[in-house]
Design a protein around this ligand. Structure first.
Ligand SMILES: Nc1ncnc2c1ncn2[C@@H]1O[C@H](COP(=O)(O)OP(=O)(O)O)[C@@H](O)[C@H]1O
Ligand SMILES: [Mg+2]
Length: 317
């Protein structure tokens, strides 16, 4: 095994290979996490949905900031990855960045942990908000609510001052500005397709002295997508994201501590359908077309994928 083809990290969702020359191969598996815990069952084709959406958004935001994407075409991958059919549509050759240890969250609507903090403290990450806001209310303007990037467990909210202490004033200001600009771009594009981006998370890094956008971009794992039609502030919204799984887990009585429960087949199927729907709604393209375009050979290869990806991890550990 060449030393420059090594599993550099296994994230909750991605397998990350160091392929030399300051490049990474980011492989989005079908693993799903909720409340920062990886669930026992994969969601068929989820990794391809995340990759397809990220490719779409990297193209739509290229004029705002450069990014880590080199190629998602399997034929450009270094050996032995180029010949692995299971990597098709779920992998990206990317510039390795020095990751900035802050998760850059933008919120245009109040929900989730933001709503929780607002109810308890009247602000989110130190950003004061007007009184009287409730679940799914639209904020007067999008806000920057960064968090720590915890290696394990839960990310913690950071005030802007804490962010400055961590990474310096100039960089904190730049990240706030670009995070809001990216969120607004996402919101504009999604609005054309009848979707509200309630909130989202970006990651950034430095490569060759330049600040670039890395990781996944505006996916159902990193964002909350709501249908604009039927949007009603004051209650929780139906969504094209992980909320369905989170709600099922909460109803199951799970306390968010490992081990998580097995997902029933019906929950797996409905979640897979929601991810595919997110891809189609946001891009306006058929997901089958994306699979085809990326050279996925088989209609149902996700069991093979899970086995192949596991083998690759072992071979390159
Ligand atoms: N271009 C890049 N350079 C270095 N690290 C990256 C790059 N793009 C993404 N990453 C990192 O790869 C990991 C992605 O894997 P993921 O499974 O999402 O991990 P996590 O469990 O931390 O969310 C993240 O930790 C992210 O910071
Ligand atoms: Mg991640």
């Amino acid at each position: 095994m060449t030393p420059t083809r090594k599993l550099a990290a296994q994230g909750k969702v991605r397998d990350i290979y160091d392929v030399g020359e300051d490049r990474l191969l980011l492989v989005a598996t079908d693993r799903i996490s909720a409340f920062d815990v990886v669930l026992p069952n994969p969601i068929p084709d989820k990794g391809r949905v995340l990759t397809g959406l990220t490719l779409f958004w990297l193209e739509k935001t290229r004029d705002l900031i450069g990014n880590h994407m080199i190629s998602a075409d399997r034929r450009d991958f270094p050996e032995p990855f180029g010949i692995e059919p299971s990597l098709a549509g779920r992998s990206m050759l990317a510039t390795k960045a020095q990751v900035i240890p802050v998760e850059c969250v933008a919120r245009g609507y109040l929900t989730g942990s933001g709503l929780k903090q607002y109810r308890a403290e009247g602000h989110v990450c130190g950003v004061p908000l007007p009184p009287g806001l409730d679940e799914a209310h639209r904020l007067p303007e999008p806000i920057f609510t960064p968090t720590t990037k915890a290696a394990e467990g839960h990310d913690l909210p950071l005030t802007f001052e804490e962010t400055v202490d961590l990474i310096g004033k100039g960089l904190a200001e730049r990240l706030r500005e670009i995070t809001i600009a990216l969120y607004e771009r996402g919101g504009e594009v999604a609005a054309e397709r009848g979707i509200i981006v309630a909130d989202t998370k970006f990651e950034f890094g430095f490569a060759g002295g330049e600040l670039i956008l890395i990781d996944e971009v505006l996916t159902p794992d990193s964002s909350r997508f709501w249908p604009a039609e039927g949007y009603t502030p004051g209650k929780s919204q139906p969504s094209f994201d992980k909320q369905f799984v989170r709600d099922w887990l909460d109803a199951s009585g799970w306390d968010h501590e490992p081990p998580p429960p097995e997902l029933p087949a019906e929950v797996i199927d409905r979640t897979a359908a929601k991810y595919r729907e997110a891809y189609e709604k946001v891009t306006g393209e058929s997901f089958d077309h994306f699979r085809h375009l990326m050279g996925v050979m088989s209609e149902h290869d996700w069991e093979t994928c899970a086995v192949d990806l596991e083998r690759l991890r072992t071979e390159h550990a």
